[in-house]
Design a binder for this molecule. Structure first.
Ligand code: MG
Length: 267
């Protein structure tokens, strides 16, 4: 059942607002109506912080920022958390240098700027991202390396990505294809891994009880919020229907039609 505005009034007390992007703030290149008002209200409140999460690793952080600016979302790079961030953090920590990145040209630029050497011939590790430039040739090379036993990680494993026209295959789909061939699945860093939001709360020294996660996906957004111990709010503007929530084990604290309803709650 959709949450009532009196039930939602507890959201007023939250200090950190985490928002999923695709399906929550926009679909494709169309921002949902009222989203700008919500962000402007949050910006005016000095005790509130907000962050956008996306598992979508098809773009570098800089290109993602450009996309948000094109949509008139006047935010900074500090407001963005993408699935490549915890992935890059791990690669640095483990000392990896030579990387087979299944990713776009935009993402490759970010990895190179981070000091990694990208190679499909002699890599130390295979990193699967939302590779929108994937070719059969690259899949074949990846399959050979996986059968050789190379370490294997993924930025995220969403099965599909919503667009205005319909769903398109995402990294989880590519991983399934490679699993059929090699029997291997990657270690995953993006949503629903709770570290993706807990590292930010630690940085801010704010406890999980003071944070809320808004997202359209039960198996990534809501699951991550639940395991991290923050309040969860499922929006019906993307992938999930009321029926799916009823059948899911990942039950959100609140259900709303879309983030635009926050306009009235936060005023
Ligand atoms: Mg989404």
């Amino acid at each position: 059942m959709i949450s009532t505005s009196s039930a939602l009034s507890v959201l007023k007390e939250k200090k950190v607002f985490f928002f999923d992007l695709d399906g929550t703030m926009y679909l494709g290149d169309k921002l949902f109506e009222g989203v700008l008002d919500v962000i402007n209200i949050l910006k005016e409140k000095p005790d509130k912080k907000f962050f956008f999460f996306s598992n979508n690793s098809s773009k570098s952080t800089q290109d993602y920022l450009k996309k948000l600016h094109r949509l008139n979302l006047d935010v900074s790079v500090d407001n963005i958390i993408l699935s490549q961030h915890p992935t890059i953090h791990y690669l640095h920590n483990e000392g990896y240098k030579d990387i087979f990145l299944m990713g776009t040209t935009s993402l490759k630029k970010e990895f190179e700027a981070e000091g990694f050497h990208l190679t499909e011939e002699d890599p130390e590790i295979l990193v699967l991202a939302f590779d929108q430039e994937l070719t059969y040739e690259r899949l074949v090379k990846a399959a050979y390396h996986l059968q050789d036993g190379i370490p294997y990680i993924a930025t995220h494993l969403d099965n599909r990505c919503p667009t205005e026209r319909g769903y398109i295959p995402d990294a989880g789909g590519f991983a399934a294809l490679l699993e059929k061939t090699t029997g291997r699945m990657p270690r995953v860093f993006g949503k629903p891994n709770k570290e993706m939001l807990l590292f930010k709360l630690e940085e801010l020294n704010i406890s999980p009880q003071n944070a809320v996660m808004f997202g359209d996906r039960l198996y990534t957004d809501i699951k991550m919020g639940l395991t991290a111990g923050i309040t969860t709010c499922c929006v019906l503007s993307g992938e999930t229907s009321l029926d799916m929530i009823q059948k899911s084990e990942n039950k959100p604290d609140f259900i709303i039609k879309g983030v635009w309803i926050l306009k009235d709650i936060l005023k």
